[in-house]
Design a binder for this molecule. Structure first.
Ligand SMILES: NC(=O)c1ccc[n+]([C@@H]2O[C@H](COP(=O)([O-])OP(=O)(O)OC[C@H]3O[C@@H](n4cnc5c(N)ncnc54)[C@H](OP(=O)(O)O)[C@@H]3O)[C@@H](O)[C@H]2O)c1
Length: 290
């Protein structure tokens, strides 16, 4: 079967290794990053071409993947004379891995359709380690025939990719994911503090509990580093606040109150004000009373 030509726009913590998996799987891969030196570094490490504009990267590609920051960051690489849509060939598919609002997903689907292209919203979960090990969970929204074309390609960096409904439903599923994470991290923060104050050894606690009913990804991957005061890695609070904002907006739209999500969001706001915006979300433990 003929190999697809692909592009990846946004070589951050997530995008850099994801684009690497596409190249390693044998796809002809072009990349674009706003800070060009990162694209050059990627080109030195993998087979592929570093491009100077999103348009150049998108040209001649069957699928263009994006993973940047927030809604406006996505708009800035998709629209305009040097944007992705200006370069995509007719019928090519745009896949957005950025965590955005559901409204943006609908907007991009309409813009892609107008330009003769297709669109799938496809936010991811699994963190930096999930991206580096190619085991991401991908939550998709869009047309099922289009999803079927991109799923085998995304498979190179995914453990699972699921279509949840029309455009926007992938982003809404990611909101559900983020609400779960906020609650688990709040519980874990309180639990670790109690364990420490009670003289328990955190590593021993984690090894005892991780396969029981309280076990979680956060417990396995973050409890020990939280106890060691290590937060300079992983999923930034700045991104989490963006995501919790989407969750709270969606809750308002459907007439729901999310008290725990609101409380955690407030705590993250306080941590951001202390200059900790780029620290991992597990830094939530710092916002608890000592
Ligand atoms: N990190 C995680 O654990 C994780 C997990 C799941 C989902 N996500 C989501 O995935 C997305 C990316 O996260 P990340 O951790 O990879 O972020 P990151 O390391 O901060 O990287 C962001 C990337 O987007 C680019 N970018 C930002 N604003 C841009 C703009 N206006 N125009 C062009 N490029 C722009 C950056 O380019 P420069 O290099 O020039 O700054 C960089 O390549 C976010 O939506 C985040 O919420 C992250």
């Amino acid at each position: 079967m003929e190999r697809k030509t692909v592009a990846f726009v946004g070589l951050g913590v997530m995008g850099y290794p994801m684009a690497g998996f596409l190249s390693k799987a044998g796809y002809s891969t072009k990349v674009y990053n706003r800070t060009y030196s990162k694209a050059q570094k990627w080109q030195d490490e993998y087979q592929g071409i570093a491009c100077e504009t999103p348009k150049q990267a998108a040209q001649e590609c069957d699928i263009v993947f994006v993973c940047v920051g927030n809604d406006n960051d996505v708009r800035s690489v998709v629209y305009g004379e040097e944007g992705i849509l200006a370069g995509m060939k007719p019928g090519a598919i745009l896949v957005d891995h950025t965590t955005t609002s559901a409204n943006l997903a609908v907007e991009l689907a309409e813009a892609a359709q107008k330009a003769g292209n297709e669109f799938i919203d496809a936010p991811v979960s699994g963190g930096q380690a999930g991206a580096e090990n190619g085991v991401l969970t991908i939550m998709c929204g869009g047309d099922s025939a289009i999803f079927d074309q991109v799923a085998p390609v995304m498979d190179v960096y995914a453990k699972q990719a699921t279509l949840l409904g029309e455009n926007g439903q992938g982003q809404r599923c990611k909101m559900v994911n983020q609400i779960c994470i906020a609650g688990v991290l709040q519980g874990l923060s309180e639990a670790i503090q109690l364990a420490q104050q009670s003289g328990l050894d955190i590593e021993q606690v984690v090894n005892t509990l991780k396969h029981g009913a309280a076990g979680s990804w956060q417990m396995e991957n973050r409890a020990t580093t939280m106890a060691q005061d290590k937060f300079d890695f992983g999923f930034a609070i700045d991104w989490m606040r963006k995501d919790l904002g989407f969750c709270l907006e969606e809750a308002q739209r459907v007439g729901l109150d999310l008290p725990l999500t609101q409380q955690v969001d407030q705590r993250y706001a306080e941590l951001q004000a202390q200059g900790l915006g780029r620290m991992d979300t597990s830094v939530l433990i710092k916002a608890l009373n000592k």
